[in-house]
Design a protein around this ligand. Structure first.
Ligand SMILES: Cc1cc2nc3c(=O)[nH]c(=O)nc-3n(C[C@H](O)[C@H](O)[C@H](O)COP(=O)(O)OP(=O)(O)OC[C@H]3O[C@@H](n4cnc5c(N)ncnc54)[C@H](O)[C@@H]3O)c2cc1C
Length: 427
């Protein structure tokens, strides 16, 4: 089946998709499928290093429904911050700006009931992420990039696992099932893993992307092949008259259109304001290291509970991704955070050569304080749809998000409830 023939319908309503990361590229594909005419506005290469979608850990984790802040998290924060190898860092000069967001973030996970509400909503976004991505990747001609071989979380002791009990309890209630591997089974399945890990939780339903940057680039190309037009410029605002969208404003001029989707990831804030929806978007900066020469590593994509990093083979080498750094969009990378990942990686797989050469990357997670993205109409015009703020799960959540945004822009009833993601929940 050729790419162009995979879509049907007449091009009528013209929509502009702003940003070609995972969310924007999936949105462009789904808008074309819905019969809309599409222009993609993206200043960089789709799926390029500037996009957070480029360098993430590749998890299509249908079970990642637990918000980052949990009851009692505030008690752990000082310890994490004091630990030079810890998973959390704050740029102190940025703290006054981030503080209101951080307080909301901690409050959103204050009780188990709140965590459950977030999990119920995220499950609607992520529950069938592996299947949706397999389908998109096949259509875009890159089926080999999406694997569904399960994901593994490893713990050093039963006490450490007990520390995550709330998360697993909530996951069970939304229908996630898993296998528990004891030390012997873990050794058998993961012979290169350091023996300090004594327990594994294996979630068979979850999937993985072998090269998120290439996958997003393929989706964007798929949209272009099917008739989308690309404008290589930055969007700066909107022309809205009487509640109707007339044009998207860009550095390269105005683009007349009937609808638009804001999919600019962590840089969506000013565009949301221009569309009448000021929302508390912050960035949780994260890093990766890739060891191209690695010969040992995990058989299953693995997250270590102690270092809070995800490790797996990608096209190009062994990748470790993680860390949360609160420091805004403008601060220079702190490559020490990437070196922490490399040290954890080497301690997880002790036969990796200690001097292993690693490539490093910084990305900006687009994060809302309640752990849920904004997907829904803007305050100034329902012709503009917000689609950003996916935090730690934007690759996985992009496929369903693209479908929902296309349904909103095409005037079709959304296939799953959008109330939990309503941008107006913060007003
Ligand atoms: C270390 C790390 C590990 C992660 N691991 C995972 C994981 O395993 N699984 C998972 O699901 N998620 C993971 N994430 C989160 C995930 O990467 C993000 O949630 C997701 O990439 C966000 O996608 P996006 O399309 O919204 O934004 P982006 O990928 O950042 O794309 C936004 C695009 O918009 C463009 N843009 C910006 N401003 C404008 C403008 N004004 N006009 C036009 N275009 C503009 C940018 O150039 C960019 O290309 C991880 C993140 C990090 C940092």
């Amino acid at each position: 089946m050729t790419v162009a023939r995979s879509f049907s319908g007449t091009a009528q309503r013209h929509v502009v998709v702003i940003g070609a990361g995972a969310v924007g590229s999936a949105t462009a594909v789904e808008c074309l499928r819905a019969g809309l005419r599409v222009t993609v506005v993206e200043p960089g290469e789709p799926g390029g290093t500037q996009a957070t979608s480029y360098g993430n850990a590749g998890w299509l984790s249908s079970h990642s429904v637990i918000p980052p802040a949990l009851p009692g998290a505030w008690r752990k924060v000082p310890g994490w911050l004091a630990d030079p190898l810890g998973p959390l860092a704050v740029r102190w000069r940025y703290l006054p700006q981030a503080l209101p967001w951080l307080l909301r973030y901690l409050a959103s996970g204050w009780t188990e009931a709140r965590v459950q509400r977030t999990a119920d909503a995220l499950r609607t976004l992520l529950g069938d992420a592996p299947a949706l991505h397999q389908r998109l990747a096949a259509e875009a001609g890159v089926p080999q990039l999406i694997e569904q071989r399960g994901l593994l979380q490893v713990y050093r002791s039963r006490e450490e696992l007990a520390g995550d009990a709330l998360g697993w309890r909530v996951r069970a209630r939304v229908g996630v099932r898993w296998e528990e591997w004891d030390a012997a089974e873990l050794r058998r399945r993961e012979p290169d893993l350091d023996p300090r890990y004594k327990l594994g939780i294996f979630v068979a339903e979850a999937g993985h992307c072998r090269n998120p940057g290439a996958y997003v680039a393929a989706l964007a190309q798929h949209a272009l092949d099917a008739g989308a037009v690309r404008v290589a410029a930055r969007a700066t605002g909107f022309s809205i008259e009487g509640g109707r969208l007339r044009a998207v404003l860009t550095e390269a001029g105005e683009i007349a259109c009937d609808g638009a989707a804001i999919c600019a990831g962590a840089r969506s804030g000013p565009l949301a304001v221009a569309a009448g929806s000021p929302v508390p978007l912050e960035t949780e900066r994260g890093y990766h290291v890739v060891v191209p020469t690695a010969k040992v590593g995990p058989r299953t994509p693995t997250m270590a509970a102690d270092g809070k990093l995800i490790v797996h083979w990608m096209d190009g080498g062994l990748r470790a991704a993680g860390q949360v750094e609160i420091g805004g969009l403008r601060a220079a990378p702190d490559w020490h955070r990437a070196q922490i990942l490399l040290r954890h990686l080497q301690s997880m797989f002790p036969t990796l050569p200690p001097e292993a050469e690693a490539q490093q990357w910084l990305g900006h997670r687009p994060s809302m304080p309640d752990g849920l993205p904004c997907i829904g109409p803007a305050g100034a015009s329902t012709d503009v749809v917000l689609a950003f703020g996916h935090g730690h799960v934007g690759l996985g959540g992009s496929a369903r998000t693209g479908r929902l945004v296309a349904q909103l822009l095409a005037g079709v009833a959304p296939e799953t409830a959008l109330a939990p993601f309503d941008p107006a929940r913060f007003s």
